[in-house]
Design a protein around this ligand. Structure first.
Ligand code: DAH
Length: 340
């Protein structure tokens, strides 16, 4: 028996020395000290021995057990720290390696232009408002006094969703929504996307942006329209900018006009940007047609108003010297980055 104990101790020692993983060491523990382990068996079988022998062997077995336990503790500790070291080594990061490079975006020139236009109108007491891009035919045409035979209604110009719903072709339907929901005095501006069934070329895009404006109050005249829009031009293009108004036609205004700004490139002398004329057309405007005010239930004897609408892309292109509208929608960072 004593021999057997010695042998167990030696074997355990050897196996633990050779153990390369925690699992190896655990195998040894189970083999020697487990429920059916070699040492456990010996201790169990001692009941049959004479008391003297039992004492002697018990002591020796306990001695072996505590030695094996001690060796196991050491081996476990050792293997765990080795595993930890290996893990650290595998997880080592090279802090000198260059990181992933994320390019920071910049504001789109259309966004910059809308923000600038908004800043000017806010400074004049206008409130920002918005309408949906998917509109009713009624708000986009009928309520804006565009008769049933108006050419813009033709399917070639308008994306129709169905007979009553379309993608708005202008921001003017926001006027209708405003008139239906607010009482005068009204002073709002509304930037947003518009859609027209145009084939893209250097100056046309099926999606573009407009900023609409509407003022309704007692005693509003064409002089207010001219004052506000002239002030807008000076704040937007510089104090030296001059404006002129040419008669025009829109179904929702009477009288209607287009406003030209003195060319901000040449100051009016004539250049490539203004095509030699010295003037650049930037918006449509007019006194709100009584038929439009009536849609909103507004007393046309008491109230008058003016409205205007401008194309954002056109202003951005003129301001930044962009000669093709398609550049605005290609999302080429080399282009976009230039307008910080
Ligand atoms: N909605 C017009 C267009 O898309 C622009 C416009 C002209 C808006 C005159 C107005 C206005 O509010 O009074 O061409």
């Amino acid at each position: 028996m004593q021999e057997r104990l010695k042998q167990i101790l030696e074997e355990s020692k050897k196996q633990l020395q050779e153990a390369v993983s925690v699992a190896d060491a655990e195998d040894v523990r189970v083999k020697v000290l487990g429920k059916k382990g070699q040492l456990t068996e010996i201790l169990r079988s001692m009941g049959q021995l004479a008391p003297e022998e039992r004492k002697e062997l018990g002591q020796a077995a306990n001695q072996v057990r505590s030695e094996v336990e001690k060796m196991l503790d050491e081996t476990f500790e050792n293997l765990k720290s080795k595993a930890r070291e290996a893990k650290f080594k595998a997880e080592k990061i090279d802090v000198t390696e260059p990181g992933k490079f994320y390019k920071l975006g910049t504001k789109h020139p259309v966004t910059i232009t809308i923000e600038e236009i908004s800043r000017v109108f806010k400074s004049m007491g206008f409130t920002l408002t918005e309408g949906p891009e998917v509109e009713t035919v009624f708000n986009n045409f009928d309520a804006l006094n565009a008769g049933p035979n108006h050419p813009a209604r033709d399917w070639t110009d308008t994306f129709y969703v169905n007979d009553d719903v379309l993608l708005r072709t202008q921001t003017s339907p926001v006027q209708v929504r405003t008139l239906m929901n607010q009482k005068p005095p009204i002073r709002v501006f509304a930037p947003g996307r518009c859609f027209r069934c145009d084939t893209p070329d250097a100056t046309h895009s099926p999606m573009f942006h407009q900023v609409e404006g509407l003022v309704v109050d007692e005693g509003i005249t064409m002089a207010d329209l001219k004052g506000v829009l002239d002030s807008f031009a000076k704040q937007m293009f510089g104090p030296e900018a001059r404006t002129k108004f040419r008669p025009h036609h829109f179904p929702f205004t009477e009288p209607s006009a287009e406003m030209d700004v003195s060319c901000f490139k040449c100051g009016g002398k004539g250049c490539k940007v203004c095509k030699g004329s010295g003037w650049i057309e930037i918006l449509g405007c007019g006194m709100v047609h009584p038929n439009v005010l009536k849609v909103g239930g507004i007393d046309t004897e008491k109230y008058t108003g003016f409205a205007f609408g401008m194309g954002v892309e056109r202003i951005a292109m003129l301001k930044y010297g962009i000669d093709d509208i398609r550049l605005l929608y290609e999302n080429d960072m080399r282009f976009i980055e230039q307008f910080k």
